[in-house]
Design a binder for this molecule. Structure first.
Ligand code: FAD
Length: 505
């Protein structure tokens, strides 16, 4: 006989993770009779207060929730993001775009980049950006939706994400979740009760005396990891050896006063002991300096940030400490952690909100009954751990693949021994120009190619079949692809024109 279904879900925490979970679960499971979802949050504690850039999967999350994009853009003061511009990562004075979407177009059934590599060998040194509609549109400050139904259009190779005010996004989702029946309880959780034998969490008690019972607890309490870390004692897997940045200082500022339009790109500029983000929203610019405390003190990090702002600061600096890594079991007993409560990898590729989204999707896929079958929980944990690992390796690549030797920090990064998975990918690319993408990992061939090739990893060869195409034909086709992209970009509206046209500004 099957075990009774879960009837009481309690979400502890109302940051981006908590409200994303509440909105998605109430949308998908809300119609189930007898299911109650409660979210507890403490205004006094507040949220981490950063987290503005996303990756394209968020577009699908919003669609799942039935969100109207124009309304969302307006309410969260969002802008579009076609990729990340990396400045000074390869060496000082160098920049490239890691775009969403794809480069060029596959030819003869072979990935485009093998023809680009052959072009390089023939002396055509055109940078990869010229073959990405996302990179070129981003740099030109232009935006249009992808044309997914038309494979012949260069716009079919485009993908986009958003840059938004995460606090506004959480409030936007809160309204939807409450409309769908989620009960919000205000207050600070001060006690967590567990079943004396199983250790399952049974109830949380708030400072004001309120008690909330549950069967499934979703820990969205941020870095505190109140249930998973503090109560169940699930250990944290520390990856700071590979990802030495462990601090951030963030500050929003006004936009430039010149009236120039912003590019639909997040910018990451490498600094002496870390890097600085610049995320232009409709009404302000988000900035932050991520740095390694072993190589730079807080005062210097703050000064560095303040010296590189577009406009006037709009708040005092927000100092954040973190460790790269994740809880060894993101689901333990009847507690599933989402967001910072489960783990954190520095925001270099804007993956944290995505990990919340994929955690919700995975929770729905393995949604438990009151039996909490270990085999499903183990599977959930193994898949989640793999996600973290894949992202970690991609992040480490950015630090490892640099020619910078102008600071102790960059010397450490350049010479560090990469994790095995990354080492294998680097060896493969160096030897044959091939990119190995494991088990449908988050970052695509475009992403790996972009960072490897643009940060100076030299491919020793290209696909043998690309060698069969005559040299002049390869050069002609490369030039044609560049031309098609440049022409498509010139016909796209600017981001501001596009936002105005959909009513999203
Ligand atoms: P929080 O926002 O910290 O929310 C925790 C919630 O738990 C709050 O509501 C709090 O009140 C509540 N709470 C805690 N303890 C209690 C208690 N005892 N009782 C009741 N309530 C409690 N992600 C991206 O995708 N893109 C980015 O560009 C990005 N940039 C980032 C930059 C930095 C420096 C950092 C640190 C993170 C960044 N992130 C980014 C991550 C992103 O901010 C978070 O993943 C996301 O906001 C989710 O946070 P959260 O909801 O898990 O935690």
């Amino acid at each position: 006989m099957s075990a009774p279904p879960i009837r009481k879900i309690v979400i502890v925490g109302g940051g981006t993770a908590g409200w994303m979970a509440a909105a998605a679960l109430s949308k998908v499971l809300g119609a189930m009779p007898g299911l109650a979802i409660t979210l507890i949050e403490s205004e006094a504690i507040g949220t981490v207060g950063v987290g503005e850039a996303t990756i394209p999967q968020i577009v699908h999350f919003n669609k799942l929730l039935g969100i109207n994009e124009a309304e969302f853009m307006r309410e969260t003061h969002a802008t579009y993001k076609l990729g990340i511009e990396f400045v000074d990562w390869t060496h000082l004075g160098h920049s490239y775009v890691h775009p969403f979407g794809q480069y060029g177009i596959d030819m003869l059934g072979i990935e485009f980049h093998h023809f680009w590599l052959k072009g390089l060998a023939l002396g055509d040194a055109t940078a990869l950006d010229a073959y990405s509609i996302g990179a070129m549109a981003g740099k030109a400050g232009r935006f249009y939706w992808p044309e997914t139904g038309n494979p012949n259009s260069p716009l079919s190779r485009l993908a986009y994400a958003f840059q938004f005010d995460a606090g506004r996004y959480a409030r936007f989702l809160r309204r939807r979740a409450e409309e769908a029946g989620v009960t919000r309880v205000e207050g600070r959780v001060t006690q967590v009760e567990q079943h004396p034998e199983s250790g399952f969490v049974t109830r949380v008690a708030l400072e004001n005396g309120t008690q909330v019972d549950g069967e499934l607890f979703i820990d969205c309490s941020g870095f505190r990891s109140l249930l998973l870390g503090q109560t169940l004692g699930v250990p944290f897997l520390d990856w700071s050896k590979w990802l030495p940045c462990d601090r951030a200082v963030a500050i929003p500022c006004t936009k430039r006063e010149t009236g120039a339009e912003d590019q639909p790109l997040t910018r990451s500029t490498a600094r002496k002991a870390g890097w600085q983000w610049r995320i232009p929203l409709q009404h302000r610019v988000g900035n932050g300096h991520v740095y390694a405390s072993a190589f730079m003190c807080e005062d210097e990090a703050t000064e560095t940030l303040l010296a590189h702002l577009d406009g006037t600061p709009l708040a005092s600096p927000n100092h954040i400490r973190f460790t790269g890594g994740h809880r060894t079991r993101v689901w333990d007993k009847n507690v599933v952690a989402l967001g910072l409560a489960g783990g954190f990898l520095e925001p270099l590729e804007s993956t944290a909100i995505h990990l919340v989204q994929s955690g919700i999707a995975r929770l729905l896929a393995y949604f438990p009954s009151t039996a909490f079958t270990p085999v499903e929980i183990d599977r959930f944990n193994a898949e989640t751990a793999q996600d973290y690992l894949d992202i970690r390796d991609f992040l480490v690549l950015h630090y490892k693949a640099t020619a910078r030797d102008d600071s102790e920090f960059w010397n450490y990064c350049r010479t560090l021994e990469p994790p095995d998975g990354l080492k294998a990918k680097l060896e493969m690319f160096r030897s044959s120009g091939r990119i190995v993408r494991e088990h449908n990992e988050l970052f695509t061939e475009t992403s790996w190619l972009s960072v490897m090739a643009c940060q100076g990893i030299v491919a020793g060869d290209h696909h043998p079949a690309a060698a069969l195409l005559p040299d002049d034909e390869v050069l002609r086709r490369l030039s044609h692809v560049r031309g098609v992209i440049a022409s498509a970009v010139s016909q796209m509206p600017t981001q501001d024109q596009f936002l105005a046209s959909i009513g999203g500004a």
